[in-house]
Design a protein around this ligand. Structure first.
Ligand code: PLP
Length: 373
C-alpha cells in the first residue's frame, strides 16, 4: 500500500510502542500522587514539556497537554473569552476553530471571519483594517500552515502588525500542520496548538503552548491537573510518546526530499493532464509535503476510490470535513463549489520513497485518462 494522506494522520513510530509498556505496566503511577514513583512520573511529564518547549525558542511559556489539537483550539478560543469580546479568525481555519466560532456566534459572541487570498493565505491587509477599526477584539486566531493547501501564513509578521495596532489582543495560531516540520521559534504568538498524530506520534494527544503571562480559563474542570487548565489524570504514555515523536520527526523531515517529491509528482501530472489545476502554490510560502489539486469534471471522491482500488490512499482535503462534498477553504480561495468537489489532497511523509511518489502520480494520471475515455 502507498499512503499519501499524511496531512490526515501518520503512521506512528514503532519504537514508541515500548513507551506504552513502560508507562502503562511498569511506571503506571498517578503523577499527582505523592510517593516517589509518582514524583518520577511527574518529572517525566515535565521533561516532555521541556522537549516540546524547545521548538518555541527563547520565548518563555508553558505546555498544557490536551486530548487533541481540537481540544487545544477549543481551550485557546473558549478559554480567553470575556463578556462582549470579539474574536477574529481566517476563512481558512480547520473545523476545530471554524466550527467553534460558529458555535460561539450562535451563542451571541461577535466573530469576524477574514477572507483568504487566491493563494490560500489570509488577506492580512483586511485583517489589519478590521483590527484598526475595532477596538474591542480579544482574540485573533490565524492558522500557521493550511491543512488543505499547505499555504504558510507569515505568523511572525502578522502577530507583530496586529500587536502594533492593538497590543492587548491575544494571538492564537493553529500550528498542527507546521509543528516539527517548519521553524516555529519566536513567532510572538500567545497561544499555539499542536497535535502528535501528524508527526508520527500517537492519536489522542495534543497540546497548547501558552506564552508566559497569558491568562486562560479552563474548559475542563476537576482535579486541577495541567496547572488547573486541563483536569483529568494525565495520559502519561501519550505525553512521553508525543515528545519523542516531535524530536524524531523534526530530525527526519527533510525539506529537500519533500520538494523533490512535489516537483516529481506535479511534473508527471502536468504533462499528462492538461486541465489540471494546482491549487497549492509552488513557492516558499507553502510546505512542500501538501499538494492540493483540482481535476475538473471528476469528483475527488471518485478518484479517491479508484486510487484506493489500486492500493494507493490519497485525501480529499481535511479528513474531518470529508463528509461534506464541497471544500470550504478552496471556495474561500475563489474556486467554485463545483470545482472544489473535484479536489484532491496528496500529502507526503518522510516515510515515503521517490518510487512511491512516481508510482502514485503515474497511477493517478492513468486513472484520470481512463475515467475520461
Ligand atoms: N488543526 C489542523 C490544521 C489540522 O489539520 C487538524 C487535524 O486534521 C486539527 C487541527 C485537529 O487535530 P486533532 O486531530 O489532534 O484534533
Amino acid at each position: 500500500m502507498i499512503y499519501l494522506d499524511n496531512a490526515a494522520t501518520t503512521k506512528m513510530y514503532e519504537e514508541l510502542v515500548e513507551i506504552y509498556k513502560e508507562f502503562g505496566c511498569e511506571k503506571f503511577f498517578n503523577p499527582s500522587s505523592l510517593y516517589k514513583p509518582s514524583l518520577d512520573v511527574a518529572l517525566e511529564i515535565r521533561k516532555a514539556k521541556a522537549k516540546i518547549l524547545e521548538f518555541f525558542g527563547s520565548q518563555a511559556g508553558e505546555i498544557i497537554f490536551t486530548g487533541s489539537a481540537t481540544e487545544a483550539n477549543n481551550l485557546a478560543i473558549r478559554g480567553v473569552l470575556k463578556k462582549n469580546s470579539k474574536i477574529v479568525i481566517s476563512e481558512g481555519e480547520h473545523p476545530s476553530v471554524y466550527n467553534t466560532i460558529q458555535d460561539l456566534k450562535n451563542n451571541g459572541v461577535e466573530c469576524e471571519i477574514i477572507p483568504l487570498q487566491k493563494d490560500g493565505l489570509i488577506d492580512s491587509q483586511k485583517l489589519y483594517n478590521f483590527v484598526s477599526q475595532n477596538k474591542d477584539i480579544r482574540l485573533v486566531s490565524v492558522m500557521h500552515v493550511s491543512n488543505e493547501t499547505g499555504a504558510i501564513n507569515n505568523i511572525k509578521e502578522i502577530v507583530q502588525n496586529v500587536k502594533k495596532i492593538n497590543p492587548s489582543i491575544i494571538f492564537h495560531s493553529d500550528g498542527v500542520q507546521a509543528f516539527a516540520k517548519i521553524d516555529i521559534k519566536n513567532l510572538g504568538v500567545d497561544l499555539y496548538s499542536i497535535s502528535a498524530h501528524k508527526i508520527k506520534g500517537p492519536k489522542g494527544i495534543g497540546a497548547l503552548y501558552i506564552k508566559k503571562g497569558v491568562r486562560l480559563n479552563p474548559i475542563i474542570t476537576g482535579g486541577g491537573q495541567e496547572n488547573n487548565l486541563r483536569s483529568g489524570t494525565e495520559n502519561v504514555a501519550n505525553i512521553i510518546a508525543f515528545a519523542h515523536a516531535a524530536r524524531l520527526y523534526s530530525q527526519q523531515y527533510d525539506i529537500n526530499k519533500m520538494l523533490e517529491f512535489r516537483t516529481v509528482f506535479l511534473d508527471i501530472l502536468k504533462k499528462k493532464i492538461c486541465d489540471l489545476i494546482v491549487t497549492t502554490q509552488e513557492n516558499t510560502n507553502t510546505v512542500p509535503h501538501i499538494i492540493s489539486l483540482i481535476i475538473p469534471k471528476i469528483k475527488g471522491e471518485t478518484l479517491l476510490h479508484i486510487m484506493e482500488s489500486k492500493d494507493i490512499l490519497i485525501g480529499l482535503g481535511s479528513a474531518c470535513s470529508s463528509r461534506s462534498k464541497s471544500n470550504r477553504v478552496l471556495q474561500a480561495m475563489g474556486y467554485s463549489s463545483n470545482l472544489s468537489e473535484s479536489s484532491l489532497r496528496i500529502s507526503f511523509s518522510p516515510d515515503n520513497s521517490l518510487e512511491e511518489v512516481i508510482t502514485a502520480a503515474e497511477t493517478l494520471a492513468s486513472a484520470i485518462l481512463d475515467f475520461r475515455k
